[in-house]
Design a protein around this ligand. Structure first.
Ligand code: GLA
Length: 391
């Protein structure tokens, strides 16, 4: 594989490797098919791990240093295991540092490491390059240090690294998918119990999952509005608790009880809650639709999800709406919606295989004409979650 060769070459160039065999690990990005802004409300999500991934080449060191190189950013970072501090300028390295910090806080003893990272997950467009960086780091550290940690603990620690070290208050979906996604399956995750089922994507013969990148980068806007939405959901819960004292999160609110008490909620809060309550229901319906091979229904649910994210949750943007509208007019498109946190980033589309070329052409032409931006379009496959690459 090309990328393995290139990351190994880079490793040898930067660190040399003597006689030692360099270790390799990989972690994929993810795309969420449906269930947006539900994870931190302890609801349902249905993502897949994708074929875009980050590969790490690494070796243990005798000293206490962590020495990092990113091929993508052509940059280096070196620090001691005894002084792991956040540095705004070292954007990508903070994800690595965060994982090291939380592992050490858990009492895990780590040795020094030299590591090169290289990937093809576009950065800051909602395909979880950050979660993949965290997970590939945790997997690599586990390989050379041999500590015992369950997959679920690893997921939670990586989420904690992002929440507490990097300062982005994300839910658990991205790290979960990057580690536990499965080839040709979607991950149906209950973010309250953390139970999950791998749902076979039986349709892959005739249908493709296509990601369209608006190339509007969402990173700058992200933390502000994301945290606002979290706060609004919590506010909704505290209002609804007056009538539904048993609820902890919006996940515990059914559509019926929401309808019954919604008029007690302030305007925007009502809209945010309506999105989450209905989106959870849509995920459950979408999983049933996959089971019945009812892809038309699945597509309709994707379309409804987008509308709700646009009008009720208000996390879409003109470019995402445009991308979705263009896609829906094309023959052979079953459903289209924004995916990920929003305000830029990507859409996800269900497209009949026979229409892929036309889809590519029309989306590219029309989107470019309207925005002046050349979009990126990836036909993706559901892949296995992270692990060591054994050569
Ligand atoms: C980001 C977060 C996830 C999730 C999505 C929205 O990707 O990292 O935890 O909340 O937004 O569904």
């Amino acid at each position: 594989m090309e990328r393995i060769k290139s990351v190994l070459t880079k490793f040898k160039e930067v660190f040399g490797s003597g006689e030692s065999k360099v270790f390799l690990a990989r972690a994929p990005g993810r795309v969420n098919l449906i269930g947006e802004h539900t994870d931190y409300n302890k609801g349902f999500v249905l993502p897949i791990a994708i074929n875009q991934e980050i590969i790490a080449a690494f070796l243990p060191r005798q000293d206490r240093l962590i020495s990092l190189c990113s091929s993508n950013f052509s940059s280096f970072c070196q620090f001691s295991l005894d002084e792991v501090t956040y540095n705004e300028k070292e954007h990508w390295a903070n994800y690595v540092k965060g994982v090291i910090r939380v592992l050490q806080e858990e009492g895990v003893r780590l040795s020094g490491m030299s590591m090169v990272l290289e990937g093809d997950i576009p950065i800051g467009v909602g395909l979880s390059s950050s979660a993949a960086t965290e997970i590939v780091t945790a997997v690599s550290l586990q390989i050379i240090n041999g500590f015992t940690i369950s997959p679920l603990e690893m997921v939670k620690l990586c989420q904690k690294a992002e929440n507490e070290f990097v300062g982005v208050n994300c839910g658990i979906m991205d790290q979960f998918t990057s580690l536990l996604g499965e080839k040709d399956r979607a991950l149906f995750l209950d973010c309250r119990s953390l139970e999950y089922k791998q749902i076979p994507l039986l349709f892959m013969e005739n249908l493709r999952i296509v990601i369209c990148n608006t190339r509007v980068n969402r990173r700058l806007a992200k933390s502000g509005y994301y945290n606002d939405r979290r706060r609004e959901c919590a506010e909704g819960v505290s209002h609804l608790r007056e009538f539904l004292p048993e609820i902890d999160t919006l996940r515990d609110v059914t559509i019926d009880s929401f309808e019954k008490y919604k008029h007690h909620l302030p305007g925007n809060i009502k809209k945010r809650c309506r999105h989450v309550v209905r989106e959870n229901d849509r995920v459950v319906q979408a999983v049933a639709a996959l089971g019945e091979d009812n892809l038309g229904k699945f597509g309709d649910l994707m379309n409804e999800s987008h509308q709700s994210l646009r009008d009720d949750y208000e996390v879409s943007c003109n470019e995402l709406d445009l991308m979705v509208e263009i896609a829906r007019e094309i023959d052979g498109v079953l459903g289209a919606r924004m995916t990920g946190a929003g305000f830029g980033g990507c859409t996800v589309n269900f497209v009949e295989k026979k229409s892929i070329n036309q889809f590519h052409k029309i989306v590219t032409e029309k989107y470019k004409k309207e925005t002046g931006i050349q979009p990126e379009i990836y036909v993706c496959q559901a892949k296995n979650g992270a692990g060591e690459i054994v050569q």
